[in-house]
Design a binder for this molecule. Structure first.
Ligand SMILES: Cc1ncc(COP(=O)(O)O)c(C=O)c1O
Length: 434
């Protein structure tokens, strides 16, 4: 096999690439990108495109940074994987193997986690609108903790509980996260949790109930947060709810998506949380965190095939996926970086609109990507797409959800297969069969 390196050729931004690609990414002498030691050429030929590719070693390493980093700073602690960021059975299995607990936010994520073999004793159930059926399913499975969001949920639990159940209460800390509005969840007008005065009444209600084991409070101020001071501020705010055995301070650490982004390290994030905890929380309390994006984003890329190159007002390079498998650009304005993955070492000479194939002008994957002059058939990789890409995938224009492949040490394994047209038609059987 050709030697894999991380060179810095003139006329490219290759040297800056490595921070927005998986840890186990490198190029061969022909300029072809390899992920986990597997070339993108092989990945596309074997598994087709669009394809979600994850660097398994990088995922495991990032999990260890959170687990070891938090336990070194605050031994009575727990790291939960926020599974909404990448709810694939293969990922639940990997998270469990690495000793993570898991945050689920609905009956579907509960089913996926259980199918992955995650112990119910590791599951924590979130959600602002849990149904009776979902709560019943979670209680029957014997999950560890339910994070109660509101009084209606307490009404439901009063009806449903037949044995003691650990509960946390989600509170609104009143911290306006500096992030996209759709990702901010800790401000005073948040739909999640209860404001402090109502929270105190709900805590009294739980404490008075013989089967409700109230353990503490939970908050989550939002996602893609790049200023770690905000996490410290949230810890301080939550301490005003009172002294409890447990504090779950949510997820939200932001990641580097573009060459220009400057994202904090896991260590800086943990320092901010733990130094605020030392100042404001009881020394014997258990601290939980719930990272999602910051565990999975960098480890994942999306591999596409270029289908059209058009020079009209702008140069449009269109690929065989788009908004249906990469919703974040349209939903949150997230910016990504892209490269032509078999031509990494050629000069990057053109600024193009990298667009998808869905029927929306907002289906713009990268606004102004700098690439070599693209040709039909080229492979394009969009970096840092490991979080919230797969989970938001949909069937717009009848698109089939891509497969998910894990790569490591030169081999690749499918953990979720590509949808088929049969899958697409299955739910429509009542209409098809009359
Ligand atoms: C309750 C809760 N915890 C954790 C997370 C994970 O956030 P992130 O992926 O930004 O780490 C979310 C995401 O929205 C959430 O709602």
């Amino acid at each position: 096999m050709s030697k894999l390196t991380r060179p810095d050729p003139a006329g490219t931004r290759v040297a800056e690439l490595w921070d927005v690609l998986p840890e186990e990414a490198a190029v061969d002498e022909a300029g072809v990108l390899h992920l986990g030691g597997v070339s993108v050429t092989e990945l596309a030929e074997r598994f087709g495109t669009p394809l979600y590719v994850y660097d398994e070693a990088g995922l495991r390493r990032q999990i260890r940074r959170f687990v070891d980093g938090l336990s070194a700073r605050w031994p009575n602690s727990e790291v939960l994987f926020a599974s909404k960021s990448f709810p694939a059975v293969g990922m639940y299995q990997l998270a469990a193997e690495e000793g993570l607990s898991v945050d689920i936010a609905g009956g579907g994520e509960l089913q996926l986690a259980l199918a992955a073999g995650v112990s119910p004793a590791k599951l924590h159930f979130h959600g602002n609108a849990k149904s009776d059926a979902e709560l019943r399913m979670a209680l029957e499975a014997g999950i560890d903790t339910i994070i109660v969001d509101n009084d209606d949920e307490l009404d439901r639990l009063e009806r449903l509980l037949e044995r003691p159940q650990k509960l946390l209460l989600r509170v609104i800390p009143g911290v306006e996260a500096k992030t996209h509005a759709s990702q901010a969840t800790g401000g005073d007008d948040s739909k999640f949790g209860l404001p402090m005065d109502q929270a105190l009444a709900a805590i009294e209600r739980m404490r008075a109930h013989p089967l409700m084991e109230f353990e503490g409070v939970h908050l989550h101020i939002g996602s893609q947060i790049l200023d770690v001071e905000q996490f410290g501020e949230a810890v301080e705010k939550i301490s005003t709810a009172g002294e409890f055995p447990m504090y779950d301070v949510g997820g939200g650490l932001g990641v580097k998506y573009t060459y220009a982004d400057d994202a904090p390290s896991v260590d800086a994030y943990l320092d901010a949380i733990v130094s605020a905890a030392r100042e404001h929380l009881p020394a014997d309390a258990r601290i939980m965190i719930e990272p999602g994006r910051s565990i999975v984003a960098r480890a994942g890329v999306t591999l596409y095939r270029v289908t059209t190159v058009k020079h009209t007002g702008r140069t449009f390079v269109a690929v065989d996926g788009g908004l249906a498998d990469q919703m974040d650009a349209a939903l949150t304005g997230q910016r990504f970086e892209a490269l032509l993955a078999e031509r990494v070492l050629e000069p990057w000479t053109e600024s193009v609109q990298l667009v998808g194939r869905q029927c929306e002008s907002g289906d713009l994957i990268v606004d102004g990507a700098t690439l070599p002059a693209a040709k039909v058939g080229d492979l394009a990789v969009v970096g840092t797409t490991g979080a919230y890409g797969y989970t938001l995938a949909n069937n717009y224009n009848g698109a089939l959800k891509p497969a998910v492949v894990f790569v490591q040490d030169g081999s690749a394994r499918v953990v979720a297969r590509r949808e088929t047209y049969e899958d697409l038609l299955r739910t429509h059987a009542p209409a098809i069969e009359g």
